[in-house]
Design a protein around this ligand. Sequence first.
Ligand SMILES: Cc1ncc(COP(=O)(O)O)c(C=O)c1O
Length: 423
Amino acid sequence: VSDLNVPEPTAQRFIQRFEAAFGRRQSMLLKLAGFRFGEVSAAGAMVSDSGGGEWIDFGSFGVHLLGHRHPRVVEAVATKLTQMGLSTKILGSDDLLACAQSLTRVCGSQASSVVFTNSGSEAIEVAIRLANIATGRDGFAALEGGYHGKTLGAAALTDSAYRAAVAKSALTVTRLPRDNPAEGVAMLRHAAPAALFIEPIQGEGGVRPIDEHYLRALRHACREAKVLFVADEIQTGLGRTGLVLESHRLGLDPDIVVLGKVLSGGLMPVAATLFDRSSVGERAADPILHSSTFAGGALAAAAARAVVDLIGEDGFLDQVNHLGAVAAERLERLDRRETGLVAVRQRGLMIGLEFETAALCGRAVIEAARRRLLVTFCLNEPKVMRVYPPAVISEADLLVGLALLNEAIGAAFQESRANQIPA
Ligand SMILES: Cc1ncc(COP(=O)(O)O)c(C=O)c1O
């Protein structure tokens, strides 16, 4: 795949060493797709490997909406690096304060307080703690197909094989149906949990929007039963769908909003849990309960603030929506009969392509990689490919990426049909 600037044995050794360190499954895609070199540098939508190969990145687990190493984020972090690293945890930080203020401003009225964490899963744990202490209840509710992370509490809310892998669920979770509003609302009322966790569009669950009437009915039922309504916008939030929050579009006004991924600017791991202090109470909001050694450092704050400023600027969300429309127009032209595609779902630059089978989707991911286009499949729904272009990509490069995707899907389909013909 890559240019052979690096001698073959070196490349072979890379895969072997990678497998030894991270296991066979981790190296499988590298092998199947013929990757022989690791990533070494990246800018915007492009990633370079140590063999001189160049890749278009429509993957990255939904982190790189601003592309790799956005100049404004790099500048903010580089400047801060000459001044401050991790926090003393005793003094207050101007950077963190400015970041929190920017974040709560763009996210809206309910979210007046913030806890910063190092990962989305940890931010979900903060929401779990807040709800548990605020309500005194220890049951939770979440939707079928939902993904909320892999720390024990978050894994209990997650609906997938990953949860089954954890011997005993850390929480009692009522699993509401994804597609049956009447039953879902009744189950929520009956369970009266501490909090309900939803993703307005399930990312790992197959880029699947939850019916908005259902979400509003759940929101209403939560208010009535004094259940905290938690919007996990780790994947949808901060511009990916063309809005600061999907919850805004739906008028959900969550009690707690959880953000991650894009907040990092692709540079510093940082996530955040936003909440209204008056609705959870001072005891639940006690910062000592949610503190963490590394969280809320100056570098993370500098990166996150630069991200929030960028997203809030005129034209940024318009650009997401414009590129989304360009992609939609191209994807509509795919001839479904020759692709094995059964559905295309999209909001802004959050795109999911559902295939007939997970095997076909996996094959298409590999075919895309063979063409140096990086995409992934959804963790909870492996027959859905996630296509998450960055907002900083040019229209021309977006079209190049989509053309490669088109080729890859066609090749995967042909290969799968050819394999079905008996020898
Ligand atoms: C909706 C959602 N919640 C939570 C998480 C967990 O975030 P992290 O991987 O940063 O722990 C993810 C990650 O994919 C996610 O998509």
